[in-house]
Design a protein around this ligand. Structure first.
Ligand code: SAH
Ligand code: SF4
Ligand code: F3S
Length: 436
């Protein structure tokens, strides 16, 4: 039996697509392994959102060169970096057999056949980026979490971001198809359904049926069963009252919302083409918190965008102090070739970026400690993820707000909801005991 390995970089969209690649390879008779050194085919499902992503891929290709020399492993590169680089990638790294954008992953069997025939030096499929990809079965690693893309691509062109160039224009998946998938996954026993898109709350803008993100959520929540719905990422500019209302009245929708901030400075936000101001963002965050009690907010934040002054950075710190995110993903601005910001003047020195990132992280860590301590003595409904990775003696799970909880219990509880009383709060995890 032949072995195949898939190495995934980047966002949850890539994780979802890797689960599809896995299923395709299994259908072809491959056994899936995590060890690339024993694989006959390796697919790197790549990201290119920041410079560091590409550096990681180069490192991995170096490692694969050795594996290939030993056992003739076929090497495929899929994902956003592959889409961006196209044929150039195979020219730069002759060990690569297949270069493929993610809307083409359905062609993996054809590509592998071509390479195995020996008639092709390499196979490149990076076209059709504006098509809706075909529906493909998925083989998730988790027995309890399933994800469903609801839109592909992005029309926003935030000036720092390469995603619209590698993922094409925004296309919404028809609502019936999404509802069928939710039903199917819930019936199979999945307890957490994650809706994916670059800008989920602009869902339906390209559909002529009048459906939108609020109606989609509403319809999903009608599907019977005990499960949680999450989604990433909504855009603050499209976060309407209708969506807030649907979340407020449906407990099935997780009390954790990702609200990418990017910057707290209205000047920088304008340069980023984000289409909201500092004040509008704060107002939205406050409204969400007051209408959805107990909600936890998370964010993405970039420091060191071109023209960001110390004063602009202080605005970012100010929003972070006011809104108090549970978690924030914080990045130094990384110029991406082909995006508008890459050629802007006013680029910020790397040392200043580093120093600002550190100050931001310090503030955020303080806040995280504080938001965490609010759970003390509360009873939380927790979805059990399974044995804790760090300590196999205890279970690990997450609250609706996506907070990690550690507690004693039977391994069999994996994939069920239990009530846990919180006894101790650390910054990144809570500790408690199961109660009735
Ligand atoms: N569509 C999603 C995710 C975009 S990529 C959204 O809009 O939220 C994930 C995050 O990477 C972004 O939110 C942004 O914070 C960060 N990012 C994107 N391009 C970047 C760049 N050039 N430099 C640094 N961070 C970047
Ligand atoms: Fe990139 Fe902006 Fe689109 Fe998100 S919304 S994918 S940050 S362009
Ligand atoms: Fe990266 Fe592509 Fe996702 S660039 S963040 S894998 S959409």
């Amino acid at each position: 039996m032949k072995n195949a390995a898939i190495v995934t970089y980047g966002c949850q969209m890539n994780v979802n697509e890797s689960a599809k690649i896995k299923k395709i390879l299994q259908n072809m008779g491959y056994n899936i392994t995590e060890d690339v050194s024993e694989a006959d085919a390796v697919f790197l499902n790549t990201c290119t959102v920041r410079e560091g992503a590409a550096t990681q891929i180069y490192g991995k290709l170096g490692e694969l060169k050795v594996v290939r020399e030993k056992r003739g492993t076929i090497i495929g590169v899929t994902g956003c970096f592959a889409q961006e680089q196209g044929e150039e990638l195979a020219k730069k790294f002759p060990i690569i057999d297949i270069v493929m954008g993610n809307q083409n992953i359905g062609k993996i069997p054809v590509a592998l056949e071509k390479i195995e025939s020996g008639d092709f030096k390499h196979v490149i499929y990076t076209g059709e980026e504006d098509e809706l990809p075909p529906r493909l079965d998925t083989e998730f690693d988790s027995k309890k979490t399933a994800s469903i893309p609801i839109t592909y691509g992005c029309n926003n062109f935030c000036t720092y971001c390469i995603v619209p160039y590698v993922r094409g224009r925004e296309r919404s998946v028809p609502m019936d198809q999404i509802l069928d998938e939710v039903k199917e996954f819930v019936q199979k026993g999945y307890k957490e359904i994650v809706l994916l898109g670059q800008n989920v709350n602009s869902y339906g803008n390209d559909l002529e049926t009048g459906e939108n993100f609020a109606t989609l959520l509403e319809e999903i929540c009608k599907i019977e069963g005990e499960y949680l719905v999450r989604f990433v990422s909504p855009h603050p500019k499209d976060f309407g009252d209708d969506v807030i209302d649907v979340i407020a009245k449906n407990e099935k929708i997780a009390r954790s919302l990702h609200l990418p901030l990017q910057s707290g400075s209205s000047k920088v936000l304008k340069l980023m083409n984000r289409k909201y101001t500092k004040e509008q963002y704060i107002e939205l965050a406050e409204k969400i918190k007051s209408r959805i009690p107990g909600v936890a907010l998370t964010a993405d934040i970039i420091v060191g965008f071109p023209h960001e002054t110390e004063e602009d950075f202080q605005d970012t710190l100010d929003v972070v102090s006011k809104v108090k995110f549970d978690t924030a993903f914080m990045f130094m601005y990384s110029p991406r070739k082909g995006t508008a910001a890459a050629t802007m003047d006013g680029q910020i020195d790397q040392e200043i970026k580093k120093e600002r990132l550190k100050r931001l992280i310090d503030l955020q860590n303080e806040n995280a400690k504080e938001t965490s301590s609010a759970y003390k003595d509360k009873v939380e409904r927790v979805l059990v993820d399974g044995l804790s990775k760090k300590n196999k003696e205890v279970l690990s799970g997450r609250t609706s707000t996506n907070k990690v909880v550690i507690f004693k219990g039977d391994k069999e509880l994996e994939g069920t909801f239990v009530n846990v009383k919180i006894n101790e709060c650390k910054t990144w995890s809570l500790y408690g005991e199961i109660v009735e």
